[in-house]
Design a binder for this molecule. Structure first.
Ligand SMILES: Nc1ncnc2c1ncn2[C@@H]1O[C@H](COP(=O)(O)OP(=O)(O)OP(=O)(O)O)[C@@H](O)[C@H]1O
Length: 283
């Protein structure tokens, strides 16, 4: 593969490319283990990339992709991760549009579990969106891409993905876990309806909608509207106290509306092997 210079790893094929790097399926030469390697293309961003690896390495969670190693030398820098056989939620939404409510709830539950573990480690993800949620073969959601994550309380310029960004992130307020609950709810809304909550094409128009527009909870199935209203509350203090508290609300609501096996039903609906036979990453 062009430009591949990560000692100890052999590239197999590209999995995805981002703004500053690319993610490659590779094998670890020592034991032939298959891994995902995110390598840096823009070396001016080495410090940020190192921080991404450090923050990812600080999170221990079944719902966050696991860091195996950070490789750095004069020519290259690479984040070596467990390979998650699955598909990005973005792809699944593009193919299917809205998901059934139980599947949307399973995605939100997985994202909240991953975020709860990140928050427990003092880290705010700041970029929860369908591109950064992988659905495993068993239909579980795993968070990835800690590229703009920071320690809670850090002040930075306003960065993020406009469609999912909470009002306080637009205002460059110190990073707060409550912002991740907002972004996860925007993703949940998209899973339920096939649309983002706010759709202005102009960035400033989108900002205004996040700040002022009525929360479009009416587009979601009636039993789930309270979750949308809580998670997309304009003010952080009106959202659930933390990801764990939001999970409790979710579980209570889901069980009442869809019965005790809502999560099993939702995950079965998301399991890529059944729905997407072309997917063969694990083979
Ligand atoms: N551990 C992994 N296992 C399997 N696939 C992965 C893994 N990590 C990343 N990918 C794939 O690579 C894509 C890009 O990953 P990631 O978002 O971390 O890169 P990025 O360069 O930061 O991208 P962007 O700039 O779009 O945020 C993901 O959407 C996913 O499809």
């Amino acid at each position: 593969m062009d430009g591949w210079d990560i000692p100890g790893y052999t590239a197999v094929r590209e999995l995805g490319a981002g703004a500053f790097g690319r993610v490659v399926l590779a094998t670890r030469d020592a034991d032939r283990r298959r891994v995902a390697v995110k390598s840096l293309l823009d070396h001016a961003r080495r410090a940020e990339f190192g921080l991404e690896a450090q923050l990812l390495g600080a999170v221990r969670s079944r719902h966050v992709v696991r860091l195996l190693e950070y490789v750095e030398n004069a020519r290259a820098a690479a984040i070596v991760m467990e390979l998650v056989p699955g598909r990005p939620l973005r792809e699944v939404l593009a193919e299917r549009g809205a998901l059934r409510p139980e599947a949307a709830l399973a995605v939100l539950a997985g994202a909240l579990r991953g975020l709860a573990d990140a928050h427990r480690a003092g880290i705010v993800h700041r970029d929860c969106k369908p591109d950064n949620v992988l659905l495993t073969e068993r239909g579980q959601a795993k968070l990835l891409d800690f590229g703009i994550a920071v320690r809670a309380g850090t002040e930075t310029a306003s960065v993020g993905t406009p469609a999912y960004m909470p009002p306080e992130q637009w205002q460059a307020m110190p990073a707060d876990p409550a912002g991740d609950l907002y972004a996860a709810t925007a993703v949940f809304f998209e899973c339920l309806t096939g649309e983002r909550p706010y759709r202005s094409r102009a960035v400033m128009g989108l900002a205004a909608q996040h700040f002022q527009a009525d929360i479009p909870a009416g587009e979601a199935p009636a039993p789930l509207r309270p979750l949308i209203l809580r998670g997309l509350a304009k003010h952080a203090e009106d959202r659930p106290a933390d990801a764990g508290a939001f999970l409790d609300e979710l579980e209570f609501t889901a069980r009442r509306a869809y019965g005790r096996s809502w999560e099993r039903t939702g995950r079965a609906d998301l399991a890529p092997r059944r729905l997407f036979p072309r997917f063969a990453l694990a083979a």
